[in-house]
Ligand binder design. Structure first.
Ligand SMILES: Cc1cc2nc3c(=O)[nH]c(=O)nc-3n(C[C@H](O)[C@H](O)[C@H](O)COP(=O)(O)O)c2cc1C
Length: 163
């Protein structure tokens, strides 16, 4: 529960490289996610090339913070699936796992929404030169945090309904 209640969006990063092992650890957590029919639709791209990161930062009006990150994890999904209608739901679960796993590595990041907005998906697919049959899902700039914040308490008993 600690990771759940301490997770926050991190948009400012220290100028410090993230070891490959730490990146693979958070992706191990992402791929531990359940998926419809266990179809595991994900493909993850670890982007450290500065030119590509800058292009991703400019890909949407709300992705500028990626510019200051040492790496951006771009999450994509395959279209040829057993249950394609569930792909974006599967990806969301994997993204949350990834985000929660950052805490243990001392890392931080933020989900930058790409899917389901078709224009953003196409832009990111072009920047990453994704192969045919893969769709861009989300971006996740990741690094050692240069900001700290407590999570907002969003528990609201009035949203709980007992029938
Ligand atoms: C599907 C999704 C898309 C998001 N897209 C963006 C985004 O494009 N840019 C951004 O700065 N934050 C984005 N966020 C982060 C949210 O703004 C953030 O999670 C929310 O304000 C709650 O803050 P917290 O993560 O610190 O608890 C996104 C989060 C989700 C779940």
């Amino acid at each position: 529960m600690k990771e759940i209640f301490e997770r926050v969006s991190i948009r400012r990063f220290q100028d410090k490289e993230v070891p490959k092992e730490a990146l693979l650890n958070v992706l191990r957590a992402a791929m531990a996610a359940p998926s419809a029919g266990n179809q595991q639709p994900w493909e993850f791209y670890i982007v450290t090339d500065r030119k590509r990161i800058e292009a991703l930062a400019a890909a949407t009006p709300y992705s500028g913070c990626a510019k200051g990150a040492p790496a951006v994890i771009a999450a994509a999904y395959r279209e040829a699936l057993w249950a394609p209608a569930y792909a974006q739901i599967d990806m969301s679960i994997a993204m949350e796992n990834l985000w929660l796993a950052c805490g243990e590595e001392g890392l931080g990041g933020v989900w930058l929404g790409i899917a389901p907005l078709e224009d953003r998906m196409r832009t990111v697919e072009e920047i990453l030169s994704l192969p045919e049959g893969q769709r861009a899902f989300a971006l996740f700039p990741i690094g050692y945090p240069a900001e700290t914040r407590a999570q907002q308490d969003r528990f609201d008993l009035s949203r709980v309904h007992f029938l």
